[in-house]
Design a protein around this ligand. Sequence first.
Ligand SMILES: [Zn+2]
Length: 153
Amino acid sequence: MSSTSRARRLQGLVSISYQQALDHLRQFEIKPKRQSQYLDALEEAKTKGTQARPLACPCGREFFGLLQGSERCPFCTAVEALVEWFLERYKDPADGVPYAGREDGYQFTNGGPYDPDDVLLEHFDDESDEVRDEATNRLWAEGGNEWVGVDEY
Ligand SMILES: [Zn+2]
């Protein structure tokens, strides 16, 4: 049975205890602060009488829909937060960096280039390696390992 159909089958049938939620969250490689955000959301759901819904994330992981409107598992939510943070501050050198031809390439006269790997490690050293690595891989896939600050060029 696929994780999607399993989650559908369980949907609306399961309510989970605080301890179960904690055990569940531990399977995701996310930092403790993010775990506590989810637990707060669970508490809120309980107060409102809302049941935590088991859902399937597009990545294949199953998770409880603790956060309002969240369609991603805690791991993907954490990864997306890092990617979003990075894209707000860094851009492709093609956007504004002087280019000196095939031989000499970009002229990083005003800062950079920056590798997402270094930047994320510097700013999110308390995040789990798994989350940081996944965010870095997505950014490498999108724009390689040379980025510049949006305000630099
Ligand atoms: Zn996911």
